[in-house]
Design a protein around this ligand. Structure first.
Ligand code: SER
Length: 306
């Protein structure tokens, strides 16, 4: 018997494809994946090409499919967003608004939405950044995510909307990332494992918090299934797996027997990376719903297929 009916936006992105792999194994769950792009390969859930800003079509789908849970993943990431900040705000904030409005109108029981370490600014706590601190993001991506974190709390208080969120660091995965500042890690592993040299767009000592995709999916499932108090629900929870520099990743790959070379040519993404914390505190997630990462760097690289 189907117990939950899920709609996913931005379903073909780095998070969506892994999330679908796991959620589609549940026999009691219906999944409707949507994305602005068509899938390149078959996916084993229902799929429709929909722009996450298309209120009318999303509303039709929510009603037709009796959707009771939404994972709103569509977004333009940090580096791509700096090429067109107006578009970045438009997509990131307005698609959030569309999702939330429809969720409230159609009494969707639970919503998941990912925030990002991009909400932090360079003036605050670059090491071990606390969950809550004044934030002055440098990028439009960070500004839009911070605005949505505030909106999330507002809609929770005003309409009792059950919307849950993780503040994600860079994510390592076999599937490609896209448009982010932390994407170098995915690109370097893919290139070097394929025996190809890689030119990194960040400087070798640039330290950022990272996490392996399987840990993200576990965290999303744990967070969505937890009994959280009203006060706890209002957080976008920091989580991280390990801190990483390009030099550390290069040396770990060499240690694991991959000889390809890494070169460094930092570009505009260096400034973005330097505005983000090097590590973040994830104690709230550990205390409130039992978060604990399973993957360190070596284990993550081993999992990643070239
Ligand atoms: N991975 C994101 C980016 O680099 C950060 O959350 O934009």
């Amino acid at each position: 018997m189907i117990k939950q009916r899920i709609l996913i936006t931005g379903a073909l992105g780095q998070l969506g494809v892994s999330l679908i792999r796991v959620l589609s194994k549940r026999s009691d769950t219906y999944i409707l994946a949507t994305d602005i792009n068509a899938p390149k390969e078959e996916i084993d859930v229902d799929f429709e090409c929909v722009n996450a800003l298309d209120t009318n079509r999303l509303e039709e789908l929510i009603v037709q499919q009796k959707i009771d849970c939404i994972y709103h993943l569509a977004a333009i990431l940090s580096a791509k967003g700096e090429k067109n900040p107006f578009q970045s705000w438009h997509v990131n904030v307005n698609s959030f608004q569309v999702t939330v409005e429809l969720a409230i109108k159609h009494k969707v029981q639970r919503v998941f939405w990912p925030s990002s370490i991009a909400v932090y600014g360079e003036d605050k706590n670059p090491i071990n950044a606390p969950q809550q601190v004044d934030m002055n993001p440098l990028t439009m991506y960070g500004v839009s995510k911070l605005a949505c974190e505030k909106l999330m709390i507002y809609y929770h208080q005003k309409f009792n909307l059950d919307i849950r969120s993780l503040r994600l660091p860079g994510v390592l995965s076999s599937d490609p990332a896209g448009g982010g500042t932390t994407d170098y890690a995915v690109e370097m592993v893919q290139a070097v494992k394929n025996g190809k040299d890689y030119t990194c767009f960040l400087a070798p000592q640039t330290e950022l918090p990272m996490i392996y995709i399987d840990d993200v999916v576990i965290a999303i499932e744990q967070l969505m299934e937890s009994n959280l108090s009203n006060q706890e629900r209002a957080h976008s929870y920091n989580i991280m797996g390990f801190s990483l520099t390009p030099a550390m990743l290069e040396s770990q790959l060499h240690k694991m027997g991959y000889p390809a070379e890494v070169h460094y040519a930092p570009d505009y993404r260096q400034q973005i990376a330097e505005s983000w914390p090097r590590t973040i505190q994830d104690q709230f997630a550990r205390d409130h719903w039992g978060w604990a990462p399973q993957f360190d760097l070596e284990k993550s690289i081993k999992q990643m297929t070239p």
